[in-house]
Ligand binder design. Structure first.
Ligand code: ADP
Ligand code: MG
Length: 285
């Protein structure tokens, strides 16, 4: 398959504070020489310990931050030059969902909140209506459209924030620890929306510290000290012996135990669902 990159990072370095003579010191780079592409339609998880640079990297993917050196291309548009000329072109393509939905909601009525983005880029009112309804239905919040966001649970608020991003109809959505503040039910709901977005053909980047969530991606990138530490399929990543503080998903641990008991579980089984399917097929076979 020919490669068709959604996002290209080329030797990206980023320092929050410049040195006195405007030359950032090597030790200050929050992102320190990162190069990789994210293919259109792929689902990539980014993991790594606190402070490893995940959020800083995410913000480069929709030009919220611009590289100190190197370049970031979004759909072949250079984030530095686009930001000077037509900043919305990047944001239309890549939406961002953050950890805390309270920081993302701006209106006192759910549906106004979802309409906010499309209104700002001058979409026709009838098209805004259509997009707002469709996005609210997609996240299962349509019946709450007239409510005040303050009346909703954390998970519901996060779904509204996601609807607001979907209403912009971005090709790619970057999620920065979207489930970190939610209970298990809220987390499952957000993951099911993420799966839906991916199945619609959108590119998904998911930063998470839940390895069960990362296991659902096509590819996992581990960040460490502002650099890419590892990059591979979930099966490749979870078979490494240098994962440090990153905990293995339940299904990977269980598959190991089953192998020790003589059951030949394939190496690419990394999610609960895959493990359950495998065990059922063995039972029937
Ligand atoms: P992660 O999301 O993986 O926890 P971050 O991208 O937030 O990591 O942070 C990477 C590094 O940049 C850390 O050393 C952090 O302290 C620093 N950093 C993050 N945000 C800022 C900021 N606004 N100003 C200065 N330094 C920051
Ligand atoms: Mg972060």
């Amino acid at each position: 398959m020919a490669s068709d990159p959604m996002i290209q990072l080329k030797d990206v370095r980023f320092a929050y504070e410049q040195g006195e003579d405007d030359t950032p010191q090597a030790a200050e780079f929050a992102i320190d020489g990162v190069s990789f592409n994210i293919e259109k339609g792929s689902f990539v998880a980014i993991v790594g310990s606190n402070g490893s640079g995940k959020s800083t990297l995410a913000k480069h993917m929709n030009a919220l931050l611009l590289p100190t050196s190197g370049e970031v291309l979004v759909d072949d548009l250079n984030t530095v030059t686009e930001s000077q000329t037509q900043p919305w072109e990047i944001r239309k393509r890549v939406g961002m969902v953050f950890q805390n939905p309270d920081n993302q909601l701006v209106s006192s009525v759910v549906e106004d909140d979802v309409a906010f983005g499309p209104e700002n880029i001058g979409i026709e009112p009838s098209e805004i209506r259509r997009r707002v309804d469709e996005s609210l239905q997609m996240v299962g919040m349509y019946e709450h459209r007239k409510k005040g966001p303050h009346l909703l649970s954390g998970g519901q608020k996060q779904r509204i924030a996601i609807a607001g991003v979907i209403a912009m109809d971005p090709e790619c959505v970057v999620f920065d620890e979207p489930t970190a503040m939610l209970d298990p039910k809220g987390r499952r709901e957000i993951m099911s929306i993420i799966r839906k977005l991916h199945s619609q053909g959108r590119t998904v980047v998911l930063i998470t510290h839940f390895m069960e969530e990362a296991a659902e991606a096509d590819r996992i990138i581990i960040m460490e000290h502002g650099k890419v530490h590892a990059d591979g399929t979930p099966a490749q990543i979870f078979s490494r012996d240098d994962l440090g503080v990153l905990a293995l998903p339940f299904a990977v641990k269980m598959a190991k135990r089953l192998r020790q008991s003589g059951i030949d579980v394939p190496a690419d089984i990394v999610t609960d669902e895959q493990l359950a399917d495998f065990l059922c097929s063995k039972e029937q076979g």
